[in-house]
Design a protein around this ligand. Structure first.
Ligand SMILES: Nc1ncnc2c1ncn2[C@@H]1O[C@H](COP(=O)(O)OP(=O)(O)OP(=O)(O)O)[C@@H](O)[C@H]1O
Length: 338
């Protein structure tokens, strides 16, 4: 189990990570997300022992690092996977994976499991980006790390490859039974791959929770906005129900359970239909997404309130169309004090 308590990191006098607490189970994958510059990579570097820490304790049973006791990276038995693959160009795939291994059985195991058998004798320059990343992962896991840190491992790859490789990496980490912290900029990746998601804001964990809770019960408006499209519609919270001008839904109280609130609506929580001259809103813009379209609608009742609704690509809406919106959710929706 990886335990981090009260971890703070500074560059000079500038605090970058502030009093971070987290615990990771033996095979747990934590996805770390947050705006650029919020301290994600700094956390990985601190856990790996690449930079000193200002406060706190990082421990993994076998060792315990503190500001006064900086355990070097080679003694932490950490595996690191980065976006630039960091392979030795003059070594073959097999030599990269088995580098410094006394017993190469595990190297063979991961070469096979990650579909790299046929590339054993190739040099990295002959491999595609996805193959290189598999080699980097095989090399990391062949060395039996006690924990793995992944810093945007898929950011140099195209979208189709990303989608399949992220699942392969998840399965390999689970098969290795090793805890992992995975930094990503991709919210879909964070929500689908992680056992838990940590949303970082200015060096502080805004929420550390299951993907479902981070999405449906965000701890703050910041988290709600960061993980997917979020619309906030004014309403009144009374007896567990939130009533708005476009309908009512059971409310999940985030910071209040009564009175004036903003109801968090995701694009699939709302129904939209054309309404020639009446209706309760007007389409502002439409974005084609392939299988769907995302429509932004301004509400007549609340100036400056824009609601995003997702419809099938078969339904055509245009800017200027009059529409009728209705809350269409059987599950409870998060309500924030206004
Ligand atoms: N070696 C360094 N010396 C001084 N400041 C640094 C150093 N490395 C990073 N920083 C600063 O620390 C802050 C956090 O950087 P970090 O790279 O951890 O953020 P991040 O969340 O990983 O960002 P990104 O998503 O853009 O990769 C940023 O303001 C950055 O400019």
């Amino acid at each position: 189990m990886l335990t981090v308590s009260d971890l703070s990191v500074k560059y000079g006098e500038t605090p970058v990570v502030n009093h971070l607490d987290l615990t990771l189970d033996s095979d747990e994958i934590l996805m770390l997300v947050g705006p650029t510059g919020c301290g994600k990579t700094t956390i990985l570097h601190a856990l790996a022992g690449l930079i000193p820490i200002a406060t706190g304790v990082i421990s993994l049973g076998k060792w315990q690092a503190t500001p006064k006791k900086l355990i070097p990276p080679e003694k932490r038995n950490v595996g690191m996977v980065f976006q630039d693959f960091a392979l030795f160009p003059h070594l073959t795939v097999e030599q990269n994976v088995c580098f410094k291994l006394k017993n190469t059985t595990l190297g063979d195991h991961w070469l096979q499991l990650l579909g790299l058998d046929k590339f054993r004798n190739a040099r990295p320059e002959r491999l595609s980006g996805g193959q290189k990343q598999r080699v980097a992962l095989a090399r990391t896991l062949a060395h039996e790390p006690d924990f793995v840190l992944l810093d945007e491992p898929l950011s140099n790859l195209d979208a189709a490859l990303k989608d399949s490789l992220r699942w392969e990496i998840r399965e390999a980490l689970k098969a290795a039974n090793v805890p992992a912290i995975w930094v990503t900029h991709d919210q879909d990746e964070a929500l689908s791959i992680g056992d838990r998601v940590g949303v970082l804001n200015k060096g502080v964990l805004a929420q550390l929770d299951t993907p479902e809770n981070c999405f449906s019960k965000p701890a703050s408006r910041f988290v709600a906005n960061f993980l997917g499209d979020a619309s906030f519609v004014p309403g009144r919270f009374d007896q567990q129900l939130v009533r708005t001008c476009i309908g009512a839904a059971p409310g999940i109280p985030i910071d209040t359970d009564s009175g004036e609130v903003d109801l968090l609506l995701r694009p699939d929580d709302i129904n939209i239909r054309h309404q020639d001259h009446a209706g309760n809103g007007c389409v502002e813009w439409v974005r084609f997404e392939g299988g769907s379209r995302l429509c932004a609608v301004s509400l007549d009742e609340h100036e400056n309130t824009q609601v995003k609704v997702r419809v099938s690509h078969e339904h055509l809406f245009r800017p200027g169309d009059r529409v009728q919106l209705a809350v269409d959710s059987t599950h409870a929706l998060a309500a924030f004090a206004r």
